[in-house]
Ligand binder design. Structure first.
Ligand SMILES: [Zn+2]
Length: 539
């Protein structure tokens, strides 16, 4: 008889939505050996078996964040963190953080920050160029809003980027002016002027960032992620960094690679060097191809058919591509064999993507079975959802957006559009296998806030946003595990705890199935993470 190397016993182990629960789990080597009652599994113990007593706590398959930015997350750990949960609640907070950073940065050195949400600030506006100049006159400053689609820069940064009051707005973005003067605010491709001249981190720094962010994710109970746009900021150097991290054993968890495919991206060069769909390097697997087609609903730049209720009257957001051009890229990447992972949030952008994927369908290159993805897929209509189901095109939504930005969605789009956004129940019932993800660093990686949102559909402010879209906790875990695995063609390996599957397990601090949702949100932690049978966090 094969003995177990590790046994989990005495808890509530969620094996999978269909498999249900077990009290105990046996692991042999890197794989699940069996699940069952404490008595059944105890018979598999040998003299050197490690027994982990769950003591009533819950365990699940390792969580998989289906869309985040691992490298950006890791690099951001070295920048000013201005996210709301850090207590950033006013322009003064931001200015004093910049002031402090300026005091410890040699003159001329860049000061970067991210994560502020102007709607969470007392002033409910962005800091201005003049304000940033007042605290950091001798340093270029660049602060990205939490969405990553808007940023503010000071005069020194504008000067280095070559932006003057006369610089025309680029296609697909803008440089805000008031009375002809720069305000500091840059949107979408308007940000590229600065992003393109930011000092590049070295490859070692990028590898270290991937490793740091990967370990952080393990500590939160994740065993896999998708990096949603490798090459977006530093081009091929990012591809090199991911390749190096994987080759030198500095990639702590599974990474499904999504290559940045916008004009100027890395998709074509990656294809040239053989990084094609189905290839892999250690924990790094390829792959998907990324295109951005609109902005975000929080920053009023997602492309929507009905105007926003906030901001400029009549504004319906930004489309990054002309339809014909986008459809050309879609067809090209589809025919190269990549899984498409296309950013589209508003219904107009979703329409542009859907019609493009439908048009790329051909006898030689059918779209059936390719699992093309629409990233975010926040505001779609019933007809679009039915077309996705019919064609096998899957959403990659971020339930956590409803928590962090739900109240803003009500302001920007009105209650009806806000409550039907990111329809997890609708996706699940339509057979669209909705994965779960954070888009970190856009939103927090915290899986408990994400699970809370899926279960309650409540925003951070407590607003109930579409009761009919709530999931059971088991369904929410199904999205975070099996559906996320499906989104990466990995459902036969991970996402459930069935015999023969990889032994990726997350152990929580509580029995998450019996605690109130608020406890799940605020108090539950990840106690231990197992990856391929090894304890990689806790224990
Ligand atoms: Zn993203």
């Amino acid at each position: 008889m094969q003995h177990a190397d590790t046994i989990l016993t005495g808890g509530r182990i969620f094996l999978g939505l269909e498999e249900g629960e077990a009290e105990a789990l046996a692991i042999a080597g890197s794989r699940v050996l069996a699940s069952g009652s404490n008595e059944e599994i105890r018979t598999l113990a040998g003299p050197s078996t490690r027994v982990i007593d769950l003591a009533g706590r819950a365990a699940t398959p390792g969580l998989i964040d289906a869309h985040l930015h691992l490298l950006t997350l890791g690099l951001g750990m070295g920048e000013i963190n201005l996210r709301p949960e850090t207590g950033t609640s006013s322009i003064d907070h931001i200015l004093s953080a910049v002031h402090d950073a300026a005091a410890r940065t040699p003159p001329g050195g860049w000061i970067k920050g991210r994560g502020y949400d102007h709607n969470e600030l007392a002033e409910r506006r962005h800091p201005t160029l003049a304000e940033l100049d007042s605290v950091a006159p001798d340093h270029p400053v660049f602060l990205e809003r939490t969405c990553g689609h808007l940023a503010v820069a000071n005069s020194a940064a504008m000067r280095l980027a070559g932006i003057t009051r006369k610089t025309p707005d680029p296609a697909g973005g803008f440089i805000e002016r008031r009375d002809g003067e720069l305000t500091g605010l840059l949107a979408e491709r308007g940000m590229r002027f600065v992003v393109d001249i930011l000092p590049k981190p070295s490859r070692d720094e990028m590898v270290a960032a991937i490793e740091r962010a990967g370990r952080f994710m393990l500590s939160q109970g994740f065993t896999g992620v998708m990096d949603a746009a490798i090459g977006m900021n530093f081009g091929e150097a990012e591809v090199d960094a991911f390749e190096t991290a994987a080759r030198t054993d500095r990639m702590p968890l599974d990474v499904w690679a999504c290559l940045y495919g916008d004009p100027g991206g890395v998709l074509e060069s990656a294809w040239e060097r053989g990084l094609r769909f189905g290839t892999s390097n250690g924990r790094l697997r390829y792959g998907a191809a990324k295109l951005f087609t609109d902005g975000s609903a929080g920053s009023l730049t997602a492309a929507v058919s009905l105007p926003y209720l906030a901001g400029e009257p009549g504004n319906t957001g930004v489309l990054c591509f002309k339809t014909e051009e986008l459809h050309g890229h879609i067809r090209r990447f589809h025919e190269l064999g990549y899984q498409l992972a296309i950013h589209a949030i508003g219904d107009v952008a979703i329409e542009q993507v859907l019609s493009g994927i439908e048009a790329a369908d051909s006898a030689a290159h059918p779209i059936a079975g390719r699992r093309h993805r629409i990233e975010h897929c926040g505001y779609l209509d019933a007809g679009q959802m039915a077309r996705m189901a019919a064609a096998g095109i899957y959403p990659a939504p971020q339930p956590i957006f409803m928590y962090e930005f739900g109240d803003l969605y009500v302001t920007n789009l009105g209650s009806e559009r806000a409550t039907t956004a990111y329809p997890m129940r609708g996706f699940l019932d339509a057979g669209l296998m909705p994965s779960a993800s954070s888009d970190a660093p856009v939103a927090t990686t915290d899986p408990f806030k994400n699970l809370y949102t899926m279960v309650t559909r409540r925003s951070r402010g407590g607003t109930l946003l579409g009761e009919d879209q709530r999931l059971s906790l088991q369904e929410a875990l199904h999205c975070y595990t099996a559906c996320s695995a499906f989104s990466q063609f990995a459902e036969h390996e991970v996402g459930r705890l069935a015999p023969g599957m990889r032994a990726n397990v997350t152990i929580f601090s509580h029995d998450i199935f019996s605690v109130p949702a608020e406890v799940l949100r605020d108090d539950v932690r990840c106690d231990m993470t197992l990856l391929d049978g090894d304890v990689v966090h806790g224990g």
